[in-house]
Write a protein that binds this ligand. Structure first.
Ligand code: PMP
Length: 375
């Protein structure tokens, strides 16, 4: 089997799996217990926190462990907006956001917030001019992802943070789920960041909310006060230690993997350029390549590759079961037929040269096979 759906989730590193197992065997204690073993477990928790902050160069931030980016996004948005209500009611959000941001922000309309969308460039980036037009004294929250999960487009996070300096009451949230462990970005002007361990070869069920002023955040649900009183509940120490380990390996090997994966995506782009009815979306990180077969259904391409034992997805795993057209690709002004025929290929640190070559051959084969339906 050739796995090319790594933007949905990655295979855990062996080191992450063995850390998880070891911690659950020897440090299975509750980090909130005050006995010696509890304190030992808590030391490991604190060491994991420090390591993650160091690896991401997040000086001045705190690391709140969560179950993943969905929970981190929910906590950041709901908690901050609860506090900001008295200062303004407008939330600015890019059109590119993952459903865990989009649907949470949309739900805040019921709390009296007004949501405005920042337009997208044809390259799949947030349009800075559109952001400038929307910024006014009523804006209290801006949310833009770091790397788009459909096209891989890298968003101008540092430029946005710079613009927001003139708007001190605005909280800037960044969903960095597809960036962490893949590229180095400057997050110094950001207030909160989300990530999920399973996107960088850690385990599912662990993630983090990285926050500059964690003490000013109120809980959105209640419990024993774990994790700065923001995310109560006994912590998943094994998965957290495994996340720190996975991030360390990903960051250490980042340059080397980036170069190798860039080779795969460039090779793929060259190989399909010029084939009739094929459209390549502009990219960003080399890990994600979005290709459309105009006139075909994305599902048909996914299934044809599946028959060759290659796993890719249509748009994103979270939206691929929904019938609606992908919002990111629509926001980039693609024709509906291009959006319908799109598939997402996503490489990981485990992808081999041979697999990358086999994918290209398979794509050419599928293109020939379904030539009759293409426009
Ligand atoms: N944000 C982005 C950009 C993502 O790609 C994902 C995962 N599809 C998430 C948030 C949610 O992550 P999780 O499912 O681990 O909570």
């Amino acid at each position: 089997m050739i796995y090319m759906d790594n933007a949905a989730t990655t295979r855990p590193y062996e080191e992450a799996l063995s850390t998880f197992e070891k911690v659950n065997r020897t440090y299975y204690f509750n980090t909130a217990s005050i006995h010696q073993e509890g304190r030992n477990a808590d030391k490991l928790l604190e060491a994991s926190r420090k390591q993650i902050l160091n690896l991401l160069d997040l000086e001045g931030f705190e690391c709140v462990f969560t179950s993943g980016a969905t929970e981190s996004n929910n906590i950041a948005i709901q908690s901050v907006l609860k506090k900001k209500k008295q200062f303004g009611r407008t939330v600015l959000m890019s059109e590119l956001e993952h459903p865990s941001v989009l649907n949470t922000v949309e739900a805040m309309k019921a709390e009296g917030f007004d949501v405005k969308y920042i337009r997208t460039t044809a390259d799949g980036q947030v349009n800075l001019e559109s952001l400038k037009e929307l910024l006014d004294g009523d804006v209290v929250f801006v949310t833009v992802m770091a790397v788009n999960n459909i096209t891989g487009a890298i968003q101008p996070v540092a430029e946005i943070a710079d613009l927001l300096k003139d708007y001190p009451k605005v909280h800037f949230h960044v969903d960095a789920t597809q960036a962490a462990g893949k590229i180095k970005m400057n997050f110094s002007g950001v207030d909160t960041l989300s990530l999920s361990a399973h996107k960088f070869h850690g385990l599912k069920g662990a993630g983090a909310l990285l926050a500059k002023q964690v003490k000013s955040l109120d809980p959105v649900y209640y419990g024993g006060g774990h994790e700065f009183n923001i995310r109560s509940g006994t912590v998943n120490l094994g998965a957290i230690a495994a996340m720190a380990k996975a991030l360390r390996i990903s960051v250490q090997d980042m340059e080397k993997n980036h170069e190798r994966i860039s080779g795969y995506s460039e090779h793929l782009r060259k190989a399909v350029t010029g084939l009739p009815s094929i459209h390549l979306q502009p990219g960003g990180v080399p890990h994600i390549v979005n290709i459309s077969f105009e006139g075909a259904q994305g599902e048909v391409i996914v299934n044809a590759l599946g028959a060759r034992d290659i796993m890719v997805s249509t748009t994103s795993a979270c939206a691929s079961k929904l019938a609606s057209l992908n919002e990111t690709l629509m926001a980039m002004n693609n024709k509906a037929a291009v959006v319908k025929g799109s598939i997402r290929i996503s490489y990981s640190n485990f992808t081999t040269d041979e697999e990358a070559d086999m994918l290209i051959e398979a794509l050419k084969g599928v293109h020939k096979e379904i030539g009759g339906v293409l426009k």
